[in-house]
Design a protein around this ligand. Structure first.
Ligand code: GRF
Length: 240
């Protein structure tokens, strides 16, 4: 299988980007990051890319007349850089058909909830406000909706008594890093299958051949499944 040529889109901290870079450096992910593109200047994720010697580009979205012209510029830059898969790693913008049609079924997002629960911004606070006892994270292919695309893998994370938004977000984030890297490695292994909608207007579905993509909780909240050991829930903290 050929390795993945990734473009990574960010808007901020870039810890999921860092997880990808660390996994590549450690030989756990057969990929190269061709370009890190941010719609926000000066963010931590850009510094992470620069430290790793990865080309970066800032496209401030306010400088574009509309979403399509921003997406046109992003597609051109990603193509120029040689990216053929795109990862949204904390990228806080909706993409239009201009972008999605350029990378059909090749745009991957990490979201900090068990979709379809709590799409959109601040999924962790949404989960807390709703009072759910289990939340988690989802890796999915991006479609034109907000966090609605075909699901590839999910990991469950407990909500603990006394959690505030930041404590819950930090616990989920550790699983995000592991799940995103694992999902990308499954794609690099050629395991991704995308089924078109069964009927017009229906939903496309995605699956990963030969692995368990549902990461559950064993007694005590320890992650159980294919994602690898990410530690007891009581001892996780902010990611890299
Ligand atoms: C993560 O929680 C991700 O799921 C969400 O935004 C956050 C980005 O974090 N979409 P980082 O920039 O990767 O550290």
């Amino acid at each position: 299988m050929p390795s993945l040529d990734l473009g990574v889109l960010i808007s901020g901290r870039g810890s999921n980007l860092q997880a990808i870079l660390d996994a590549i450096a450690a030989g756990r992910l057969d990929a190269r990051v061709r370009l890190v593109l941010s719609n926000q200047p000066g963010v931590e994720g850009l510094a992470r890319a620069e430290r790793a010697g990865i080309p970066t580009l800032v496209l401030p979205h306010k400088g574009f007349a509309d979403r399509h012209s921003f997406d046109d510029a992003a597609v051109a830059a990603l193509r120029e850089a040689g990216a053929d898969w795109v990862v949204l790693a904390g990228f806080m913008r909706l993409l239009t058909s201009t972008f999605l049609d350029a990378f059909p079924h090749r745009v991957v997002n990490i979201h900090p909830s068990l979709l379809p629960s709590f799409p959109g911004v601040d999924a962790q606070q949404q989960a807390l406000s709703h009072g759910v006892r289990i939340t988690g994270c989802t890796v999915h292919l991006v479609d034109a909706g907000t966090d609605t695309g075909p699901i590839l893998a999910q990991a469950a994370v407990p909500v603990l008594d006394g959690d505030d938004r930041d404590a819950l977000a930090a616990r989920i984030l550790v699983h995000e890093h592991a799940l995103l890297v694992r999902a990308l490695s499954w794609i690099a292994e050629g395991r991704l299958r995308v089924e078109p909608p069964a009927a017009p207007g229906g939903r496309a579905r995605a699956s990963i051949a030969g692995v368990d993509t549902a990461i559950g909780l064993a007694q005590g909240g320890r992650a159980r499944g294919n994602v690898g050991d990410v530690g007891d829930v009581g001892e996780v903290g902010e990611g890299a």
